[in-house]
Design a protein around this ligand. Structure first.
Ligand SMILES: [Zn+2]
Length: 435
């Protein structure tokens, strides 16, 4: 097993190098970073392939095969990032400054840090001569995660499933820890909400703006709807993930509204992150009405980002919408809904995560979590129904609340201690799964 100091050196060096490749998406420009990773992995004995759906934007697939059949374990990551406005940062977002035990830079948390820990771990293992005893270890680094994955994981899973088919995936989305009421919990992302964006339209009668009562203003009809969406909440939906978390927090999930209220009064930070996983949410984000300032609009349109718990469909979203804004007076059109997905919360991979955490952090509890957003795990769960995909990179120095605030934000940074902890997890997991 590689020494922690060696894992730390490799992970920090690689993360700093990765941050220095500007892979802001759009446009992405992932090629140079992917070539760098392919070189490292090839040097350690991996078979590497770069597969691109668009010029200059390859995905990297690296594999290390064992001598006999067995499970395939995939360490998944993406190398693109969201943009950064350098003027707002205290350091250059692409200089990868190392300061007081933290690596600063765009992508340090989302998710070049995890990619660096994964690749540092597997190259250190392979350089020591380790090979899977059975099955194979896959490392898949995608392009284009931040802008819909049409050139990344979606494309790979749909167009080249034979290249990325696997039994187990470890990806981003989980591993953050938090303390509350004397307990310490580590979350494993096992489920992701569905995305049900829609346009809600109202109609009226146009007229000259100088005589308002002559018209019937469609825009005004949206006002109470926007107000209701932001001030009211739909009935909550139970799920195995939410139940498990609420129980771990010491509350009774049979009455979700009450449990949420009790959690809120004890620790509002926990309630804030828990609430969206308990049901359908509506976030009105765009509005459009008259094209001219002196014409009262006959038509108005509100666009809403709606998220729905895994497994539930459009009918459910419509029912919850009616609870919040009432029925009638508007029409709704959904744009390409995506049903949320999940992997089973229990099984050998969860047991290995628990074993690691129980040893590292005695007394801490591992809980399955639902992510209100989504990651590349979605494409793997969809393409390979028996594949178990978890989001997990253990972090304890930066806790869940701090990590949530640093994602896509100013002065994004990763703690060196956490990066090393993650690399140790990845270095221990592969030999156990591929034994
Ligand atoms: Zn990400």
């Amino acid at each position: 097993m590689p020494e922690p100091a060696e894992l730390e050196r490799r992970t920090v060096d690689l993360l700093r190098r990765l941050i220095q490749f500007d892979t802001v998406n759009p446009p992405g420009r992932e090629e140079a970073a992917q070539r760098h990773l392919a070189e490292l992995l090839s040097g350690a004995g991996f078979e590497c392939e770069l597969l691109a759906a668009a010029p200059g934007r390859p995905n990297l697939i690296a594999r290390l095969r064992g001598p006999s059949d067995g499970p395939s374990l995939c360490y998944l990551g993406h190398v693109d990032t969201v943009l950064a406005d350098a003027g707002d940062w205290s350091v250059d977002p692409w200089s990868a400054e190392l300061r007081d035990g933290f690596v600063y830079g765009r992508g340090a948390i989302d998710m070049k840090g995890q990619v660096a820990a994964e690749i540092a771990a597997v190259t250190a293992l392979a350089d020591e001569g380790w090979r899977p005893e059975s099955g194979e270890l896959l490392v898949v680094v995608t392009a284009d995660e931040e802008a819909g994955a049409t050139h990344g994981a979606k494309w790979l899973c749909e167009e080249h499933p034979e290249k990325v088919r696997c039994d187990l995936v470890v990806n981003e989305g989980g591993g953050d820890s938090f303390g509350t009421n004397g307990k310490r919990l580590f979350g494993v992302e096992v489920a992701e909400k569905g995305v049900f964006r829609f346009a809600l339209r109202t109609t009226g009668r146009a007229g000259h703006a100088s005589i308002p009562k002559i018209a019937d203003n469609a825009l005004a009809k949206l006002a109470p709807i926007v107000e209701a969406m932001t001030s009211r909440r739909a009935e909550l939906d139970r799920s195995p993930e939410a139940d498990a978390l609420i129980e771990a927090l010491g509350f009774d999930p049979s009455d979700l509204a009450r449990a949420l209220q009790e959690i809120e009064s004890r620790d509002p930070r926990v309630a804030l992150l828990l609430e969206p996983t308990l049901g359908v949410t509506f976030a009105p984000t765009m509005i459009r009405a008259s094209e001219k300032i002196n014409v009262i609009p006959a038509r108005a349109e509100l666009r809403v980002d709606c998220r729905v718990p895994p497994g539930l469909g459009e009918g459910h979203a419509r029912r919850r919408l009616a609870e919040v804004v009432g029925e009638g007076g508007y029409e709704v059109e959904f744009a390409e809904p995506v049903i949320g997905n999940r992997s089973p919360s229990e099984g050998p991979l969860m047991d290995l995560v628990r074993e690691f955490i129980e040893r590292e952090e005695p007394g801490a509890q591992v809980v399955p979590l639902m992510l209100p957003g989504f990651t590349d795990s979605r494409w793997f769960r969809e393409a390979f129904p028996s594949c178990i995909a978890y989001g997990f990179m253990p972090r304890r120095e930066i806790d869940m609340f701090e990590a949530a605030a640093l994602m896509h934000a100013v002065d994004e940074r990763a703690s060196v201690a956490d990066l090393t902890l993650g690399a140790r997890f990845f270095a221990e997991l592969a030999p156990k799964v591929l034994a």
